[in-house]
Design a protein around this ligand. Structure first.
Ligand code: DOR
Ligand code: ZN
Length: 410
């Protein structure tokens, strides 16, 4: 089951504020002692999700308000729409649509890196409030066909140089496209094989602010740690929870990059546990209709040439990559911290301060979000909506139907 994490049982919950009961693991792992303070509530100054997909049309109308319901006040929004947001005017128009749906959400908009992008676009983008440029590896994930392929990143040097000058952020989906019959690149080593590109971009543009998005491997953590602090990484709650087993046992656990080995998950947990400010929350919350997440065999009854009835079978299409977490992101993150033995006092840095400091948007007073312990709150099983074609569809969130021990204080 997707929602069940291996290796940990649910922690006992006490309702007293900041008691210092020993954590079950504290005798073997002294560094966990700090996490034993069983706070009844946590207040986070203006939570920031540094990576979210808000889509288009009716799906956008459903999921954009969920961002605030999940406790987020500011969100860096991804540009992989249909068509992708490849020039600044596209992004400006999209921001207006989002603001009409969620006027109180502070949106940090982005552009999609393609070979159409010019230094002049970068100047226009900066002047219009676009914060970052997102690079996708070609064909690796949702709407990434216009992304970077085997030609590599050097073709973007002029654009990167202008971004460095304008102090814009480069947001990297850090995988190289699979080449299973060639150099053996596949979904399990695609992130590690991307890391030389990250090092090279940083070497050429040492002042360029770079985010390695949704990092999933110990190698990526080590790489970012070894680079200067203008190179950072986001981490998703689902990658703190899942390993390759969870990613393979149900298509609801399928996302890019794929969750990896337990040792990789340990490295992600460790860097969050130590409160490293160069690693912060980017949910990569990526909704897809359930027909794309759980594609089914379709069997139609058709009339054969001789008048008899035959079954016509349509095979399922490949499953869409993406895990949806926006609707309860902050409570879910607290839950996953506890299940991962990450001290809850790391929530403020991970979910707000570190990302805000990097992007240069400090939390403002009056935007604090408080979550409190609850006995066991069921995560929604699905959110129903109507597609733009008028069909009923469902978005299934991460840990759908599971109970979690936190909720937002209204
Ligand atoms: O799993 C993913 N889904 N990874 C991405 O990089 C894109 C995202 C989406 O847009 O669906
Ligand atoms: Zn994403």
């Amino acid at each position: 089951m997707l929602g069940r994490f291996s290796g940990f049982s649910r922690l006992a919950i006490t309702r007293s504020a900041a008691t210092t009961l020993a954590h079950p693991l504290s005798s073997t792992s002294p560094r966990f002692i700090a996490s034993t303070a069983m706070s009844a509530s946590i207040t986070i100054p203006s939570p920031f999700d540094a990576h979210v997909h808000l889509r288009q049309g009716n799906m956008m109308k459903l999921v954009t308000p969920h961002v605030e319901q999940g406790g987020i006040k500011m969100a860096f929004v991804m540009p992989n729409l249909i068509p992708p947001l490849t020039v600044p005017e596209h992004t400006f128009a999209y921001v207006k649509e989002l603001q009409a749906v969620a006027p109180n959400l502070h949106i940090l908009p982005s552009l999609y890196l393609t070979n159409q992008l010019t230094p002049e676009h970068i100047r226009q983008a900066k002047a219009g409030g676009i914060v970052g440029v997102k690079s996708y590896p070609r064909g690796v994930t949702t709407n990434s066909e216009g992304g970077v392929g085997m030609e590599g990143y050097a073709v973007y040097d002029e654009v990167f140089a202008e971004m460095e000058k304008q102090d814009m952020v480069l947001n990297l989906h850090g995988e190289v496209p699979s080449d299973v019959d060639g150099d053996g690149t596949c979904v399990l080593n695609a992130e590690e094989r991307f890391l030389p590109h990250l090092r090279e971009i940083n070497r050429k543009f040492p002042k360029l602010r770079i985010v390695l998005e949704h990092c999933t491997t110990a190698a990526a953590v080590e790489c970012v740690k070894s680079l200067p602090s203008n190179v950072v990484a986001t981490i998703t709650p689902h990658h703190l929870a899942l390993t390759i087993d969870g990613a393979c046992s149900t298509s609801l656990g399928f996302c890019k990059p794929l969750a990896k080995f337990p040792s990789d998950r340990n490295a992600l947990r460790a860097v969050v546990r130590e409160g490293n400010p160069n690693f912060f929350l980017g949910s990569d919350s990526a909704p897809h209709p359930s027909s794309s997440k759980l594609p089914a065999l379709q069997v139609a009854q058709v009339k054969g040439a001789d008048g008899s009835t035959e079954e016509e079978i349509t095979l399922p299409s490949p499953c869409a990559a993406g895990i949806y977490t926006s609707s309860n992101l902050i409570p879910l993150t607290a839950e996953i911290f506890e299940r991962s033995d990450i001290p809850l006092e790391r929530m403020q840095g991970f979910c707000s301060k570190f990302g805000r400091d990097f992007y240069g948007f400090p939390a403002e007073d009056g935007e604090e979000v408080t979550i409190k312990r609850v006995e066991g709150k069921k995560v929604e099983k699905a959110f129903k909506y109507q597609t733009d074609k008028g069909e009923d569809e469902y978005i299934i969130p991460f840990m759908a139907g599971d109970k979690i021990g936190w909720e937002i204080v209204a």
